[in-house]
Ligand binder design. Structure first.
Ligand code: SF4
Ligand code: SF4
Length: 315
């Protein structure tokens, strides 16, 4: 599979990366053994890029996958901390829990925050301090917003942008795919590395997995895309797409489309906690309970653990 260098960072990644959100406790809840084995399988097939985050709960899975693996692997993580001390804690935990001496990329993680780089200035300062110490190679920003991609495009401290982008635009909070790509084109021209999240809309765009993934990988602004994968067949399928090979019928047959949705159960108390937790402004309070807009929901699962009534389920 083709590798690309993330902007001017010097970090070389395969075009297909492994997104670990979906295997963690926010979604599928795979065991450390199951998740670690899946990531390891992807590494064995040539993937060299793993994306995780402090809030995903998948560091142990990554650690298991990397145990005894000698080839170079790029690991990106994210901190949702709101201040310097919190970011420091997240970085130290990432190094410790994944058994790493250095983190390749650490992003400021605040998908719904419109003015992320200013709102998280102290977090950014912490990331830069760790970069100066050689414990982080590149500083990034992870966002669902066009406005943040624009803000990061020419920001001198940002090396890598991890934007939400897909063919339909599902999940982009404040604009269209064309507007996001325009911001990323500016970023690309300024030497920022760019790798996509939610190329398949968090599972909403699986009806044509091949075309939707290819659309993102073929964007000239894009260096790579990380995709959540829960089965070996999905890894095989996506590898064929990333290698620009036809997907064999047998692989296609082993990769069924399983549609999912987030639902609100009737005992919701309308407390509003989930409305605040959703990075995508997909939840509002209806007359009887919270309601989810399926056109905005990217099935990230961030809302469910915040509900004190356990009234949110992915089915
Ligand atoms: S409703 Fe829940 S699953 Fe859907 S985007 Fe919002 S936080 Fe994610
Ligand atoms: S957090 Fe739970 S109880 Fe509160 S509004 Fe959301 S679904 Fe309802």
């Amino acid at each position: 599979m083709q590798k690309k260098t993330l902007g001017t960072s010097g970090i070389e990644v395969t075009e297909l990366g492994f997104g670990t959100l979906c295997m963690g406790p926010l979604q599928a809840g795979l065991s450390v053994d199951e998740g670690g084995a899946l990531i390891r399988y992807a590494l064995e097939q040539g993937v060299n890029f793993i994306d995780t985050a402090a809030m995903y709960g998948t560091y142990a899975h990554v650690h298991r996958a990397l145990k005894g693996w000698d080839e170079p692997v790029v690991v990106a993580t994210k901190t949702h901390a709101v201040d310097y001390a919190g970011a420091q804690e997240h970085i130290e935990a990432a190094l410790e829990d994944m058994g790493l001496d250095q983190l390749d990329i650490v992003h400021a993680h605040g998908h719904r925050i419109a003015d992320l780089l200013n709102a998280r200035a102290d977090v950014l300062r912490c990331l830069l301090d760790y970069k100066a110490k050689g414990l982080i190679r590149a500083v990034g920003v992870s966002t669902h917003r066009v406005s943040v991609a624009r803000q990061a495009a020419e920001h001198p401290d940002i090396d890598v942008i991890h934007p939400l982008i897909n063919h339909t635009g599902i999940g982009i909070i404040d604009g269209t795919p064309a507007e996001m790509l325009a911001a990323l084109a500016v970023a690309h021209a300024h030497g920022k590395g760019i790798y996509a999240m939610k190329a398949l809309g968090g599972g909403n765009l699986l009806d044509d997995r091949e075309a939707n993934l290819r659309w993102v990988l073929d964007r000239p602004e894009m260096d790579a895309a990380v995709v959540g994968m829960l089965r070996r067949s999905e890894i095989d399928f996506n590898l064929h797409v990333a290698r620009r090979e036809p997907v064999p019928d047998a692989v296609r047959a082993r990769t069924p489309v399983e549609s999912k949705r987030m639902i609100v159960l009737s005992y919701c108390q309308r407390c509003g906690t989930c409305v605040e937790a959703c990075p995508n402004e997909a939840i509002s309070l209806g007359p009887e309970h919270a309601q989810i807009d399926p056109d905005r929901c990217v099935l990230c699962g961030y809302c469910a653990p915040t509900c004190p009534e356990f009234a949110l389920r992915m089915v």
